[in-house]
Design a protein around this ligand. Structure first.
Ligand code: BDR
Ligand code: CA
Length: 325
């Protein structure tokens, strides 16, 4: 059983990450923390509570940072809509927010568990995680791992080079990659393999009931947005991959790289720069005057889609069954 804190900005694919975390028997969801990203903090926090209500989930939900560390705020309204979770009917929350700031929730939860037992799973901008590691540096040694959705080694989606979660708060991301903890980067190169295909949608439809419909409405809205903005046939379920990878250690094939974040480039700000240790053609050595660090980040390269689809379907079925659907 892997214990996790899911730090998110729901968000359509964040919603599936929450369902997977709550519905998979190998994951213990200690809490959900929210951060401004896909939409403003009040909107994404409200969405987190609505997702919990829709799925019958009861775990602490704590709201965190409302703006990035340094860079002015941007949101992803073109993909996630005005609410941040346009498409499904959003039920009223069934419980109150945890009174703590997300940063304090993260610190207190990590420090009150045995060392190396809690994973941080950030699937939004990394503002809360960077603030937590600055407020209580002891968490860096204590967490079991950080498995984040963000970045890429080939392309961007906010700009040519930069992926949204990193682009929104590059300074926070740079600190997280630089931290001396085990980091896995699940970037766009990987999550574009994790599509909500017609087959996956049919399998969810076959579950039946309100929760399955909630998921189909999520994919309906974000699918249209991805078609319009990126000309994708099906929407990626980016954030759910991080949770799925902890539920099933066989899910991802990774390669070690030194990863850092470009903070200054006029065209490249927010780009993750990855120097692979052993991938042919992707190890460039150290340029003079630009020493690169050790290849300590696990970069996700290949997804086992069949296993991923099973995990998504099984978690939705389990939650639907516990709601009596
Ligand atoms: C990431 O950006 C957000 O829009 C998604 O929720 C995901 O975390 C993909 O670039
Ligand atoms: Ca997200």
């Amino acid at each position: 059983m892997e214990k996790i804190i899911l730090d998110c900005d729901p968000g359509h694919d964040d919603a599936i990450a929450i369902l997977l975390a709550a519905g998979n028997p190998n994951i213990e969801l200690l809490g959900i923390t929210t951060v401004a990203g896909n939409q403003t903090l009040p909107k994404v926090t409200r969405n987190a509570l609505a997702i919990c209500a829709a799925a019958g989930i009861e775990v602490p939900v704590a709201a965190g940072a409302s703006v990035p560390l340094v860079t002015p705020q941007v949101v992803a309204e073109d993909i996630h809509g005005d609410t941040g979770l346009d498409g499904p009917v959003l039920p009223e929350p069934t419980f109150e927010l945890d009174p703590r700031h997300a940063v304090d929730f993260i610190i207190e939860t990590v420090m009150s568990h045995e060392p190396k037992t809690v994973h941080l799973v950030p699937v939004g901008p990394l503002t809360n995680i960077a603030l937590a590691m600055r407020k209580e540096p002891a968490i860096i040694d204590r967490v079991k791992s950080v498995i984040l959705m963000g970045g890429s080694y080939t392309r961007g989606n906010s700009t040519v080079c930069a992926e949204f979660n990193i682009y929104v708060d590059p300074e926070a991301a740079e600190a997280v990659f630089r931290g001396a903890w085990d980091v896995t980067m699940v970037g766009l190169d990987l999550t574009h393999q994790a599509l909500a295909t017609a087959e996956l949608q049919d399998r969810v439809r076959a579950i039946g009931g309100d929760l399955a419909q909630f998921v189909l409405d999520i994919w309906g809205f974000v699918g249209s947005a991805y078609k319009k903005v990126y000309e994708f046939d099906y929407p990626p379920v980016h954030d759910a991959v991080c949770v799925a990878a902890l539920a099933d250690p066989q899910l991802l094939t990774c390669a070690k790289a030194f990863v850092t974040v470009e903070l200054h480039g006029q065209w490249t700000k927010g780009m993750t720069v990855a120097n692979f240790a052993d991938v042919p053609g992707m190890h460039h050595g150290s340029s003079e005057g630009l020493p690169m660090g050790a290849a300590t980040t696990d970069v996700a390269m290949k997804l086992d889609w069949d296993r991923f689809a099973d995990l998504v379907v099984d978690s939705i079925s389990a939650l639907a069954a516990s709601k009596g659907q």
